[in-house]
Design a protein around this ligand. Structure first.
Ligand SMILES: Nc1ncnc2c1ncn2[C@@H]1O[C@H](COP(=O)(O)OS(=O)(=O)O)[C@@H](OP(=O)(O)O)[C@H]1O
Length: 312
């Protein structure tokens, strides 16, 4: 994630004009440090594209004898919502073939490569297995790219883990601080606030916009929405539901593995391991009400989107 995040910063600048769904709340005019990351690879959700009304996908693992690595499920988000954890939960399942690396970033970054490159990112023998990958930035992509996923596989199954918008943003911000070796305790409250509210952090918390885009191309039955709280509250049950959604048998996962905290660690983060992991509670507390007020429209929109998603 960390290396790919940096690559993405350089590569994923929006190139096309597109109709955009504006996010609520002011965006920072002069980006703070984290905005250097965010603003450059921010993709907003557009409203383009007709609805396709796909049928519910089969509950049997799709067979693709001519293209054995055809990808048939994606974990699309949210960023910092336990996506590394779910990747680990999939890895021992005999009916699931996962990408060799957690985040392939084909649809948002490597889209100029071709499907055979994409499919080469998976193990050779995927016969009879469901094939998937986990790239949390897919939730925040341009509509055009969501459409490309649909063109590739209209029966794609999509999983999104939903996390509290502000906790998620904090988690991402602290990751950025670790990567850059920034000491959050040395930043002013305003600086932290500006960072946590820039377009990048807003976009990754914009579940409503992401769902809206995907629902233009995929049916509700193709999308599984999980609650981040269940990662720690009821992990085995959550995974059973996910396995059922994917049409593979349930798998009892070792307790130790289920409860382990997974976060992508790269050499770079190891070098930076002395950097504080968490912001001081005092600073968090002081910022909490400002952040709550700022994120209120996004939280409200997400809540409404989830309610609507869950309605039959
Ligand atoms: N087992 C378990 N239980 C509870 N929480 C867990 C677990 N595993 C990972 N995590 C938390 O998930 C956060 C990282 O999410 P991601 O893996 O999606 O991050 S990333 O987008 O790939 O960078 C990160 O959240 P923060 O600690 O708030 O940063 C992890 O602590």
């Amino acid at each position: 994630m960390i290396d790919s995040l940096q690559t993405e910063v350089e590569r994923a600048k929006p190139k096309k004009k597109n109709k955009r769904r504006r996010l609520s709340g002011p965006s920072s005019s002069k980006p703070p440090p984290a905005a250097e990351v965010g603003a450059s690879h921010f993709e907003q959700h557009s409203l383009e594209g007709p609805s396709s009304g796909d049928d519910m996908p089969s509950h049997h693992p799709p067979q693709h004898p001519s293209s054995p690595a055809k990808v048939n499920f994606l974990v699309i988000g949210m960023q910092k919502a336990g996506t590394s954890w779910i990747y680990k939960m999939f890895e021992d399942h005999p009916s699931i073939a996962l990408s060799k690396e957690k985040e392939v970033h084909y649809w948002d970054m490597h889209f100029k490569k071709d499907d055979s490159w994409y499919e080469s990112q998976f193990p050779d023998d995927t016969q009879g297995k469901v094939v998937g990958e986990v790239t949390p930035d897919y939730l925040s992509m341009w509509m055009e790219k969501v459409g490309k996923i649909h063109s590739y596989n209209p029966k794609m199954k999509l999983i999104v883990i939903v996390r509290d918008e502000i906790d998620r943003a904090w988690s991402a911000f602290l990751m950025w601080c670790r990567i850059e070796g920034k000491d959050v305790t040395a930043m002013s409250e305003d600086e932290v606030f500006e960072s946590l509210t820039n377009e990048y952090y807003q976009s990754r918390s914009d579940l409503a916009g992401g769902l809206q885009n995907y629902l233009q191309k995929f049916s509700k039955k193709q999308i599984f929405v999980a609650d981040f709280k269940d990662v720690s509250r009821r992990p085995q049950e959550l995974m059973n539901e996910v396995f059922q959604f994917l049409g593979v048998p349930e798998l009892a996962i070792q307790e130790e593995k289920l409860s382990k905290n997974y976060q992508i660690t790269t050499d770079r983060t190891a070098v930076l391991e002395n950097v504080r992991h968490t912001a001081p509670e005092g600073l968090k507390e002081k910022l909490a009400s400002r952040l709550k007020a700022f994120y209120k429209p996004i939280v409200k929109a997400n809540k409404a989107a989830l309610k609507s998603f869950r309605e039959v």
